[in-house]
Design a protein around this ligand. Structure first.
Ligand SMILES: [Zn+2]
Length: 83
């Protein structure tokens, strides 16, 4: 009886270890291209939409960084600045 409980305990331990290893392996496979704070929300000054910084289009205009939801919004903004 004692042996069965021990074997079951080892199986459970093994299961958790395997699950953790798999999760770590998955984490290593993810691309790490996005900068830190990628989930920080930034506002598009053109259409006022909020987008995660990691997926936003960034433009450095006059020494300031602006974030846009799309290329067309970035283009529109530059056109507005130009007059
Ligand atoms: Zn936009």
């Amino acid at each position: 009886m004692y042996r069965i409980i021990l074997a079951l305990g080892l199986l459970v331990l093994l299961y958790f270890l395997l699950r953790r290893t798999l999760r770590e392996f998955k984490g290593l496979g993810e691309p790490d291209l996005l900068p830190p704070g990628k989930n920080h929300m930034v506002q598009d000054p053109v259409c006022k939409v909020f987008v995660p910084r990691g997926t936003a289009i960034t433009e450095d205009i006059g020494g300031q960084t602006y974030y846009f939801c799309s290329r067309s919004c970035a283009h529109k903004f530059q056109e507005q600045l130009a007059g």
